[in-house]
Design a protein around this ligand. Structure first.
Ligand SMILES: Cc1cc2nc3c(=O)[nH]c(=O)nc-3n(C[C@H](O)[C@H](O)[C@H](O)COP(=O)(O)OP(=O)(O)OC[C@H]3O[C@@H](n4cnc5c(N)ncnc54)[C@H](O)[C@@H]3O)c2cc1C
Length: 387
């Protein structure tokens, strides 16, 4: 067991950090101010640098590197802002990875090179108004008719909805209720009958679109089926990697809040000495550091054990859950340590705290992850339904 990054990984981390600190703060500031995602030029720049599809095969335009390399890239970018990191998140941990693992060769060839070149972002649309934690209650239908799939229904809370160019839509592809009838279909923006509601506005995540999505007899070719009915298990396996992306985003927000406040506590003086000289402050800093280190190790374990495959539900859920709680705690403590300055929009902590909260809801609420963890421990699923 080796807990150090290789020389190449350290060099990668260093170069992404330099790029992020030099080129991204002003873009991130504008995104936060306007609530609009960064332009396509930034995606092209990421593509040039090889940051899109870091862990996708080179035959599809990816960098062919490991999941850990993708974590290192995403963390450095997301430390600046989660919104500017979103295209990287989606390309390295989002539905593109489900396509890479379970899509047909023609779907992989059609979609992944476009993802890696920054031409498109593929978002994932699972949740519905009445199917959040109870995802297997989803009702959006996809009916196979001759050489087409016809979709009807509506979706909610999809990150990127109304902005991303393509969507992996979880739908009921068979009349069977529960997980067994669920599959997933790729639906490009602009397909006839596919529309969006008014934009949602979250507490944080500014610059990340979200809106209801409506499917009114939307027709796509059979080739767009990612997995047919019965493939829900595969979708969830791919989602274990998405959880690691969520973990990385949480860690990045927490780490950047911590870095800022550690510096602040050494500068800010009260009672004639720096805040860091007060023992109560030292203890807060140490507690934050302990949580960060633990979150990082859990994340690294989940992705390194997965090698080029998909992480286990147990390891990805433990990592996600811990990082989701850590980011809330660390940003809260960091804000408190900055006093009035922490609460002011002139300083980054209030944005970090707003961005922090969402990760423990997105990708499965914290308590649902905890149920998954215990379920993996005892080797059986617990029935959550009213009997
Ligand atoms: C910032 C953000 C981004 C998102 N991005 C996406 C996206 O890209 N694509 C997408 O499809 N969805 C997305 N979502 C939706 C997200 O997946 C759901 O919000 C989440 O699964 C919870 O579903 P819900 O909101 O319906 O809450 P509910 O299912 O109503 O749950 C509410 C709360 O009840 C509790 N609860 C419910 N059931 C149980 C149970 N069985 N055991 C214990 N506690 C329980 C939990 O505490 C939970 O937090 C996003 C959400 C957010 C906030």
């Amino acid at each position: 067991m080796d807990f150090t990054l290789s020389e190449q990984q350290q060099a990668l981390q260093q170069s992404v950090r330099q790029f992020a600190q030099k080129e991204l703060p002003e873009i991130a500031r504008q995104v936060e101010e306007t609530d609009e995602p960064p332009g396509i030029e930034l995606r092209r720049r990421y593509a040039e640098l090889g940051y899109l599809g870091v862990n996708l095969d080179s035959q599809y335009g990816g960098a062919g590197m490991s999941h850990l390399d993708a974590v290192l890239v995403l963390e450095e970018i997301a430390k600046i802002s989660i919104a500017v990191a979103f295209p990287i998140f989606e390309s390295c941990f989002g539905p593109s990875l489900a396509i890479a693992h379970f899509g047909s060769e023609s779907m992989r060839n059609a979609i992944l090179p476009k993802v890696c070149s920054g031409e498109i972002v593929v978002a994932v649309s699972m949740s519905e108004a009445n199917a959040g934690s109870a995802l297997t209650d989803l009702t959006t239908q996809a009916r196979v008719e001759a050489d087409r799939v016809v979709l009807n229904g509506s979706k909610r809370w999809c990150s990127g909805a109304g902005h991303s160019e393509s969507y992996i839509v979880y739908c009921r592809m068979d009349k069977i209720s529960g997980a067994k009838g669920i599959g997933a279909v790729l639906v490009p923006m602009g397909t006839n009958g596919f529309s969006f509601g008014k934009r949602d506005h979250h507490m944080g995540f500014r610059g990340v679109y979200s809106a209801d999505m409506y499917f009114d007899n939307v027709e796509v070719p059979l080739d767009n089926i990612l997995v047919p009915a019965g493939g829900f298990g595969k979708l969830m396996d791919a989602f274990d990697l998405e959880r690691c992306g969520n973990t990385t985003m949480s860690l990045a927000v927490a780490q950047s809040a911590f870095d800022f406040v550690l510096d602040y506590c050494q500068q800010r003086q009260q009672f004639g000495k720096p805040l860091i000289d007060f023992q109560a402050v030292q203890i807060q800093i140490a507690e934050m550091k302990m949580k960060l280190e633990a979150a990082r190790l859990l994340l690294y374990r989940a992705v390194v054990n997965a090698e080029k495959g998909l992480p286990s539900i147990a390891e990805s859920s433990v990592a996600k859950c811990f990082a989701n709680e850590t980011v809330r705690e660390v940003t809260g403590k960091a804000m408190q340590l900055m006093g009035g300055y922490g609460y002011s929009k002139e300083f980054p902590l209030e944005q970090k705290l707003r961005d922090a909260w969402g990760w423990g809801i997105a990708g499965g609420a914290i308590d649902i992850q905890k149920v998954n963890i215990t379920s993996a421990l005892v080797g059986r699923r617990f029935n959550q339904r009213a009997s």
